[in-house]
Ligand binder design. Structure first.
Ligand SMILES: Cc1cc2nc3c(=O)[nH]c(=O)nc-3n(C[C@H](O)[C@H](O)[C@H](O)COP(=O)(O)OP(=O)(O)OC[C@H]3O[C@@H](n4cnc5c(N)ncnc54)[C@H](O)[C@@H]3O)c2cc1C
Length: 400
């Protein structure tokens, strides 16, 4: 979109709009897997991340009530050895700030506080809620799970409804200082791992972020919140009640949580297409393939989308090549993102089994450590395809 707003309708390239009036990412962590680190490195922005990230040694899935490890997936240095890139943890605000700064350095113009009302796909014209119009050669809709770009330009025949899961998630952070002051939980910041306690319809995923300065906790549980809202306050006592039969380490950790944000967990059905009929509007990220967070891949897939799209656009000689480039982009990306979307849902079902025969079988398979693992994240075959992906060549690479 353009920021050149002379007569309210302009032709422009290289600018982007967002609904928020300022950068305002919530205070929570996000995992950055090797497949997205590959893109950050290729674009030469990875060095900026070094001082903000944490490198966990393992992802440890634990039994919810005892904390006994069920499955340990080594991450550092194993991911770098296997896939050439590390597995990282970062604060969302830092991630957003670093990417924003990198874009500014490239000369991208941002125009914040612009809510899109609709997009005319035949002319690639974005209409804001204020009535302002911007026309471009190409519109890329990265406007999240409740995308207006999708609903008005790419899949205009219906309003695509997100599928709310029966779960939502509380998010909270605790300072390193506070963690260290409590001997029952201090090990969680000194022994750096992603820990995930899994139980019936609930799990707690926790890891240090901001170079160890904060401890990030995600608590998935049955409940409802508003789809697309990232900052709804949750009730701390209600939150603790959800985990009252969890490992004493988790319960002790939760005594340090003073406030929580509540997010609904939802995904999208498979869309019929990601590119508008005119070939001038495309979707990326959650607008195209919002997924449940049980593979920690939603943002990683958005990063991959961006890389593949840029690669295809790079091949264009003139604007008449754009439609073909977008079709290629969709062809290369849609199936992979939808497979991961389905894998994430499946992982949630596997993590959230009730105690019983099926859960015992799952635990035995997880402990077998033979490469196959019911946890998609840890299953060797799926993991190679997931983390070894090169979004520039659309193939996976592994040294395993
Ligand atoms: C609990 C949880 C944990 C997660 N953990 C991970 C993880 O560890 N790793 C990972 O890779 N992913 C994770 N994800 C997924 C990740 O957060 C999302 O996939 C990612 O944020 C999607 O990015 P996006 O830019 O496509 O959409 P969003 O982050 O939703 O951004 C959409 C943007 O569009 C703007 N917008 C919306 N409507 C309009 C409009 N009408 N006009 C203009 N602008 C508009 C919004 O203001 C926003 O800035 C997690 C998700 C959840 C819920």
């Amino acid at each position: 979109m353009s920021t050149d707003n002379g007569d309210n309708t302009t032709q422009a390239k290289g600018a982007t709009g967002a609904a928020s009036t300022a950068l305002n990412e919530v205070g929570a962590g996000i995992q950055v897997p090797p497949n997205s680190v590959r893109v950050l490195k290729e674009y030469g922005v990875f060095d900026r991340f070094e001082e903000y990230v944490t490198r966990p040694k393992n992802i440890i899935l634990r039994r919810y009530d005892t904390g006994v490890p069920l499955s340990t997936t080594p991450l550092d240095p194993d991911m770098t050895n296997a896939y050439g890139n590390p597995y990282l943890l970062i604060h969302r605000a830092d991630y957003q700030k670093l990417l924003y700064q990198a874009a500014l350095d490239l000369g991208i113009e941002y125009k914040n506080g612009c809510r899109i009302k609709e997009v005319d796909e035949s002319t690639a014209t974005v209409v804001l809620e204020t009535g302002e119009k911007y026309t471009a050669d190409l519109v890329v809709g990265a406007d999240g799970i409740r995308s207006r770009v999708r609903d008005t330009a790419v899949v205009p025949e219906e309003t695509v409804k997100p599928t709310p899961s029966s779960n939502c998630a509380y998010r909270a952070t605790v300072s390193r200082e506070e963690m260290l002051s409590d001997p029952a939980i201090a090990h969680l910041v000194t022994d750096v791992n992603s820990n995930c306690w899994i139980g019936y319809r609930r799990h707690v995923m926790a890891y240090p972020i901001r170079n160890g300065e904060l401890y990030n906790i995600v608590m998935s549980h049955p409940g409802q919140a508003s789809v697309g809202r990232w900052n709804e306050p949750g009730d701390v006592e209600e939150m603790k009640n959800h985990y009252k039969n969890f490992d004493p380490v988790v319960r002790q950790l939760l005594t340090h949580v003073k406030d929580v944000l509540k997010w609904v967990l939802a995904d999208l059905p498979k869309l019929p297409r990601w590119v508008s009929q005119s070939g001038k509007v495309a979707l990326i990220g959650d607008a195209a393939h919002a997924m449940l967070p049980y593979l920690a891949q939603g943002a990683a897939q958005a990063i991959e989308d961006g890389a593949t799209l840029a690669q295809e656009l790079d091949n264009c000689v003139s604007t008449s090549d754009i439609a073909k480039a977008l079709q290629e982009f969709e062809k290369k990306r849609k199936r992979r993102a939808e497979t991961i979307q389905a894998g994430a849902k499946k992982n949630g079902d596997i993590w959230h089994l009730p105690d019983g025969e099926e859960q015992e079988e799952r635990d035995a398979l997880m402990k077998a450590r033979d490469g196959a693992n019911p946890d998609q994240w840890s299953d060797r075959g799926f993991q190679q395809w997931l983390f070894g992906w090169n979004a520039f060549t659309n193939t996976f690479e592994t040294k395993l």
